[in-house]
Write a protein that binds this ligand. Structure first.
Ligand SMILES: [Ca+2]
Ligand SMILES: [Ca+2]
Ligand SMILES: [Ca+2]
Length: 425
């Protein structure tokens, strides 16, 4: 018991990161940075959304909103926390919708997950043009067919009509049975497509991607391609998709190609998430990937070859040995990882990495040991350890108050808090 009480206090936060405090937030899951257009004050540049969820069937969940948290770094418990939406079904990662999609500020909120009674998901658009009364519209029509869940949306014009369509992956999982699709929903255009339900679905492929995606522009054979990397957590596949259409259209499947990058994970390991970033600062983009596992999860990099279509993706393990302590079936570690700079103006060197331990109940950051591009060595810093039976959600990092130092918020799902940290001295 004493040990547990000790663990309730954040452990030594590693050099440079300072604990600020915590605020109550029940079942805090995925947080998502939101950048306000044209802020008048540096502390009003960022807010963050936070999905919360209960796995209990037939309950309903909230999407929370933290308005200008940079104004509250000296009073984390007093942060401006609001319920943006209620009535969701196990919501996954919220995402800011680019302003040019609808012409107003909006979030995409995918929802639904494994448990019967909560597995009928969709993708909702949250119209934020009136902050006092957000309007939710399901563009996927969750009652159309089987109970699919959704995790993330990318915005890209698939059919060349000038409006951006919603690329996503959906999955239906029942025991060992998986049915999933990489697909896009066609933006219907017109006056206000963000208020139009039931966009037309277009399936690109089945049983490859089921959860996360990331986009990049890559050159190969003297040509630029806007590519989409896809994660198959349940399918155990990690792939890249591109179109050979000269106008970058994705509405003819015969012109879409894909390449399986890796499908050789051992045992109960699963691809979790990917960020596309030049990790080792050699001038070439890399894939920062977390591999979630019950027993030996890892943080890895795949170097993107000169030709992403044909070359070899060389893997480097940055850190490993993470394991689930939640006691939950299907639990694994680590969760998601993202790059950042502790001082936002000093961004010429290798980026640092923030990583959630997920079912390990931890959160970490990693600093590069060397600026040598051939070095993949990192020093691991433990930010917090809530002990066994704890799950930590997706953190968010940015300079929220505009003082030049990055600040970090970590959702503690089981404990029901969001903790704040800063790299400011
Ligand atoms: Ca379109
Ligand atoms: Ca690189
Ligand atoms: Ca700051």
């Amino acid at each position: 018991m004493l040990l547990l009480l000790c663990l309730m206090v954040p452990l030594a936060s590693g050099q440079g990161l300072r604990y600020l405090g915590e605020i109550r937030a029940r079942q805090a899951g995925f947080s998502a940075l939101y950048e306000h257009p044209d802020p008048s004050d540096p502390s009003e540049r960022y807010s963050f959304a936070l999905s919360t969820f209960s796995p209990v069937p037939l309950t309903q969940d909230d999407l929370l909103w933290f308005q200008y948290p940079g104004k509250y770094l000296d009073n984390i418990a007093g942060m401006d926390q609001r319920v943006l939406l209620s009535g969701l079904q196990w919501p996954r990662e919220p995402g800011q919708v680019p302003l040019d999609v609808f012409g107003y500020e909006a979030l995409a909120q995918p929802d639904g997950f494994l448990v019967p009674g909560k597995n009928v998901g969709g993708v909702g658009i949250v119209d934020l043009s009136d902050w006092e009364s957000p309007v939710y519209t399901d563009i996927t029509n969750r009652n159309r067919d089987d109970p699919y869940f959704y995790h993330r949306v990318q915005w890209k014009d698939a059919d060349g009509d000038g409006d951006k369509d919603a690329f996503t992956c959906k999955a239906f999982v029942d025991g060992d049975f998986v049915d999933s699709a990489f697909m896009w929903y066609e933006n219907p255009g017109g006056n206000d497509p963000g208020r139009e339900p039931d966009w037309t679905p277009n399936i690109i492929s089945s049983n490859d991607c089921d959860t996360m995606t990331a986009t990049a522009t890559l050159s190969a054979g003297g040509q630029d391609y806007n590519v989409i990397f896809t994660v198959g957590y349940f399918n155990d596949k990690f792939s890249v998709y591109w179109t050979t259409d000269p106008e970058d259209r994705w509405d003819d499947n015969s012109l879409i190609e894909s390449r399986l990058i890796d499908a050789n994970l051992p045992g109960d390991d699963h691809f979790f998430d990917v960020e596309i970033v030049d990790v080792n600062k050699d001038g070439r983009l890399d894939l920062l990937v977390t591999i979630n596992s019950v027993t030996d999860g890892s943080l890895v990099v795949y170097e993107i070859p000169d030709d992403f279509r044909t070359g070899e993706y060389v893997q480097h393990v940055l850190a490993d040995g993470y394991f689930s302590r939640s006691g939950l079936q299907g639990g694994g570690s680590p969760g998601q990882a993202m790059t950042f700079y502790p001082q936002t103006s000093e961004n010429s060197g290798k980026p640092w990495i923030l990583m959630s331990g997920d079912d390990e109940g931890t959160c970490y950051y990693f600093s590069p040991v060397s600026e040598d591009p051939s070095s993949w060595e990192y020093e691991e810093h433990l930010i917090l350890d809530r002990g066994p039976s704890n799950i930590v959600g997706k953190p968010v990092v940015a300079d929220f108050d505009g003082d030049g130092y990055s600040d970090v918020f970590v959702p503690l799902w089981s404990a029901g808090y969001v903790q704040g940290y800063t790299f400011a001295p």
